[in-house]
Design a protein around this ligand. Structure first.
Ligand code: UDP
Length: 350
């Protein structure tokens, strides 16, 4: 670990990495990076590199863990052994269990879990390279992976931290500021500024705390812009697929049916079903590792055909993602939850 710097902010008001006190590190993100996950996101924020994957909603086994009126969300934050200079001991630690719990609670309020009773949504965040602010980076990536999976949400959640160095508040701490600063306050917020996570390490005055919230709001606003932009880019590309270059009209309903209905081969083909059972076995392994704070270890998925009647619980196809584009802007402002529920109910009935 490097030594404590004499000064964190120079006479021009610039930090060690050249940023202003209210400036976040450069961030970039990409969604849909993992083909086997229902939703995924790769995010770089300064030197942080995080990969998030979402599986579900899918039926939760064992059944005794199911919630009758909503889906269960499990979240696992994990730092790869090679993510920092000193090797991290693999497996859950007190720190990672705590971060997993508070991070899940940070985005859970925006997920419309009541649409999927009995289901589970598994969210994994793997920190590949850590450089301070990994829990907030992971929340931003996880939220994008949820949106990429087409999971209905009231809006997005964005997260960043505020800290204090040289007696001044600074936005989005870098490593030396995190290690040697006077305070570290990670926060997460919804698009309307509702705080869903706040932690504090160190000391600030009540006045500074209020100021920290305002700084964080601005940081989260900038991150949310990027999140929206990333989603728009993907969904616009999907929309483009439907418009053929030779100006022929595309039969969208035929496209929908071919997307949603599995072909006979998919269902009956022996090879396919063997492959699928391999995949299922792999995924079951992953789920067994998931959610250290869950009530119990999830068991293997049921093989009963009747249990496969999971239309309402299956993950969303790309087509549903395309549908979301039309209501995209609205979905990130004020969605009337009841309307959303009714719409979903109607779809299920249909
Ligand atoms: N860190 C580390 N080893 C650990 C935990 C953390 O080297 O076991 C480093 C890592 O770079 C991390 C930083 O310390 O990003 C700050 O950790 P903190 O617990 O404050 O969480 P974060 O800021 O990453 O959310």
């Amino acid at each position: 670990m490097s030594d404590k710097p004499e000064k964190f902010i120079d006479e021009n008001g610039l930090r060690l990495d050249g940023r202003r006190v209210d400036e976040i590190r450069p961030m970039k993100m990409e969604i849909g990076v993992l083909s086997r996950a229902d939703g995924s996101c790769y995010l770089e924020w300064g030197k942080n590199k995080v990969l998030a994957a979402v599986y579900g909603p899918r039926e939760l086994h064992p059944r005794r863990l199911q919630k009758a009126d909503s889906a269960l969300i499990r979240y696992r934050y994990n730092m790869a052994a090679f993510s920092v200079e000193d090797r991290i001991r693999p497996g859950p630690s007190r720190r990672s269990i705590e971060i997993s719990k508070v991070s899940r609670e940070a985005f859970e309020p925006v997920v419309l879990t009541h649409l999927y009773p009995g289901a589970v949504i598994d969210v994994f965040a793997e920190v590949l390279q850590a450089d301070a602010g990994t829990r907030t980076a992971a929340i931003n990536a996880a939220c994008m992976a949820l949106a990429d999976a087409g999971i209905p949400m009231k809006g997005l959640v964005s997260a960043c931290a505020v800290g204090k160095v040289d007696g001044q508040l600074v936005l989005d701490l870098n490593k030396p500021e995190d290690n040697y600063g006077d305070a570290d306050i990670p926060m997460a917020m919804t698009s309307d500024g509702e705080i869903t996570l706040v932690q504090m390490d160190g000391d600030v005055t009540p006045e500074e705390f209020k100021q920290a919230i305002e700084m964080c709001k601005e940081g989260c606003r900038q991150i949310m812009e990027l999140q929206k932009e990333t989603l728009k880019n993907k969904f616009t590309k999907l929309e483009d697929v439907e418009i053929s270059d030779d100006e022929e009209e595309v039969d969208v309903s035929a496209l929908v049916e071919s997307t949603l209905e599995p072909s006979g081969d998919d269902v009956e083909g022996e090879e396919e079903s063997e492959d699928k059972s391999d995949d299922d076995a792999d995924q079951e392994e992953e789920v067994e590792d998931a959610g250290e704070d869950s009530v119990d270890e999830p068991g293997p998925e049921s093989e009963d055909d009747e249990d496969e009647d999971l239309d309402s619980v299956e993950s969303h196809s790309d087509f549903e993602a395309v549908e979301m584009v039309e209501d995209f802007e609205e979905s990130f402002t004020d969605v009337d939850e009841e309307d959303a529920t009714e719409d979903e109910d109607d779809e299920e009935k249909a």
